[in-house]
Design a protein around this ligand. Sequence first.
Ligand SMILES: [Ca+2]
Ligand SMILES: [Ca+2]
Length: 349
Amino acid sequence: MPKKANIVVFKKKNILQEHKKILFILVVILLVIPVTVFLALSRQSFINFADAGSTIDSIEISPGEIVIDLKDDPLALSALAYDVFKGPIYYLDINYAWSMSSTNTVGTLTKTNGEVSQFIPLVFGCGQLSVTASWSEEVVTKSIQVSVKDGENIPNCTGVTSPTPMDEPAYLEFTSVKLHGIGFGGDNTNASIAGNLNPQRNERDLIVYLEDSSGNSISAGVGQVIYSSSSGVFTGNISLSDTVSSGNYLLKIKSDQYLRKQIGGIVSVVKGESAKVPEFSLITGDVDNNNKVDINDYNLLIDCYSDLLPARNCNDDNKKLMADLSDDGYVNADDYNLFIRELSVASGD
Ligand SMILES: [Ca+2]
Ligand SMILES: [Ca+2]
């Protein structure tokens, strides 16, 4: 009989051990699920966030202003980039570059890379210290004022204007600008039709407009593109104004006689670097240059039209130049026909 009882106890133990295993597995599952879900969600939001293209919103430099005596020890500095939600960006490998304004030598930095540096005062006066935070193609710069005093002598740095950023301006690389009616620029009815292969003006001014994410449009630069008789298109590099900040923009181009055109896609402008502009073509016929092709342009063209008879009203050389859409020195059936072909698009972007 005792033998039987023993067997029962042994079985009970076995069941308990089984239950312990199940309980342990349940506890592990309960712990793992929320952690996995949290990681998956945070990774997803991070990816969406990074894809949005505006990771670095601002930089803070500590201290926010430097007031130091020539006799003082080096001053510890730190920089930190913040995202659009005003949260510090610890989760990315941000590159921090430190620099002093090149127009003065009030001090020097012990390090020019990394989150921390030290400022060593050298000369009495005012200066500017900048930190540029960059990640991927994003670049954000912040500057703070530096005052180096000498005992009782305190420099008056109030109103010292921020120097312009030290970076070289960005420039746009135009690899193929097709002007309708010129070379192989095509026209509105046929993108590959040949126009005047020997234009009189081999250089054309392009006005560059950039529009930021808030819809602010700025005239960002003017420059020339040059005609290539072999390719029949215009090419060239145009520097942007040094007031243009690094960032992503919509790009619009205007040239005399041509309607303004918005170029497809986003152009990423980085100080000191070039941005390649994809091939585009411009529509001609804007004789009065008001970014529309309409009856007024037609009337100006007809004023200067001259085939067998002299032009009816074209004593102004500039008027004739603008009416000569094919750029061959004459305003005649070539220009008239080109104008009619272009009419399907009446106003520029
Ligand atoms: Ca017009
Ligand atoms: Ca002509």
